[in-house]
Ligand binder design. Structure first.
Ligand code: PRX
Length: 399
């Protein structure tokens, strides 16, 4: 965190005193204190209170609630230019430090709002439930920006799908009458092992659309989500996109009359997205039932504009491999009728529970240990997480 804040030249950090997740207390303020020691640009740390426990408050720290109470409840919005920075979000690549992906005001907001409305068939009055962490691009686009641009009621989910028990998601659906439910296949694979009873215990009749994101959804998880959670009557959308794309790029569109939806396929490009598949020589692969490197051949409103502080790295990472095309880093299979099935990353990025980890970053961290001259990190197949990282006890069997 400290390195990233340093790169971003942050002046203000907002944190909770402590976080709560799955019955555990997380010492967020202590983590921030440690990071801020290495960030001379930080001038203020605003501390909001999630728990009643007291934490150490230093010279830079300000209790957020106390400061807010002094302010006028009405805040005149600031007018922004369409290409002004909206936010930056760090994500891993195959080499080097994590990349501070920059999204801008107008294009990103338009794209997040439009995809939220059309991919999920969100209608006025619906309650939208995306259970992703807000700190992930999925939370940015589909907990905060997309739904709020559309005036939707958006559910904020804290904790894990199995705390206090495996009925947590479905109890939330019943209690809040959620109409669209959006989550990651990892959670589905975990929950299906607990059996159908935890789902059936709760009324899910409010649900209309179920969405999957972040990693390939295997057929067993797709079927369970569709048949058990959705009672075989909800539309299930497998959505492919990335931090860099800002919003969903390839997905079924249930709002489309007679749309066909098949298990395990992200499906058709959203309008404005023109995918192409490339062979090893850098030529476009034509025809159906073909595979290749997934690229996008024209700009779209939600695409990232740069890597903060390093535009050349942005150009090199995304536009160099296939000149004139945005390279996603993923491979895909194109079927008849213009449908796409994502086959997985083509680079050294591993996907654990939908989270992107650069193997080079893990190798760098391991190399910091004085006893390790060299290391190589690879993912391995994992039943629930898709890919696994090596647990500590496996790495160090004798410790
Ligand atoms: O490999 C693809 C995988 O997740 C990567 C993007 O990760 P991130 O930027 O963290 O964003 C995740 C949330 C959008 C992609 O390059 N991925 C994402 N969605 C899918 C997927 N793989 C298969 N199917 C998906 N639906």
């Amino acid at each position: 965190m400290s390195v990233l804040s340093l790169l971003a030249k942050c002046r203000v950090v907002i944190t909770f005193n402590q976080g709560l997740r799955g019955g555990r207390v997380m010492e967020l303020k202590k983590i921030v204190d440690e990071a801020v020691k290495h960030c001379p640009t930080v001038q203020r740390v605003l501390v909001a209170h999630r728990t009643d426990n007291k934490v150490h408050m230093g010279d830079l720290d300000v209790p957020l609630e106390q400061e807010m109470a002094k302010e006028d409840p009405v805040c005149v919005p600031e007018s922004m230019g369409s290409e002004d920075v909206l936010f930056m979000l760090y994500t891993s690549g195959s080499t080097g430090m994590p990349k501070g992906i920059v999204h801008t005001q107008a294009g990103y907001l338009l794209y997040a709002a439009l995809t939220h409305k059309l991919v999920f068939d969100h209608r006025p009055g619906d309650i939208f439930g995306c259970v992703a962490d807000i700190g992930w691009i999925t939370g940015h686009s589909y907990v905060v920006y997309g739904p709020l641009c559309n005036g939707a009621t958006s559910v904020l989910f804290e904790s894990t799908p199995v705390y206090p028990n495996a009925g947590r998601y479905w109890e939330t659906v019943e209690r809040l009458k959620i109409n669209q439910f959006y989550g990651a296949p990892t959670a589905v694979r975990l929950l299906l092992k607990y059996g159908d009873a935890w789902v059936k215990k709760y009324d899910r009749s409010s649900l209309r659309t179920l969405g999957s994101v972040g990693e390939p959804i295997n057929c067993e998880a797709w079927e369970w989500l569709h048949r058990v959670v959705g009672d075989s009557r909800c539309t299930l959308v497998d959505t492919w996109w990335q931090t860099e794309t800002g919003g969903i790029c390839i997905a079924p569109r249930p709002s489309e009359e007679g749309a066909e939806i098949l298990p395990g396929m992200a499906m058709r490009p959203f309008f404005g997205i023109v995918p192409v598949l490339m062979d090893e020589k850098g030529s476009v692969v034509e025809g159906s039932n073909v595979s290749g490197a997934l690229c996008i051949s024209q700009a779209w409103p939600g695409m990232a504009r740069t890597i903060y502080g390093d535009h050349q790295r942005f150009v090199d990472a995304y536009f160099k491999a296939y000149p004139g095309y945005y390279f996603t880093g993923d491979g895909a299979h194109g079927t008849e009728g213009g449908y796409y099935q994502i086959t997985g990353r083509m680079d050294d990025v591993i996907n654990i529970s939908g989270h992107r980890l650069g193997t080079a970053e893990i190798e760098d961290a391991i190399a910091d240990h004085p006893a390790v001259p060299e290391s190589a990190v690879i993912g391995y197949p994992h039943d629930i997480k898709g890919e696994g990282e090596c647990p500590r006890e496996e790495l160090l069997p004798d410790c």
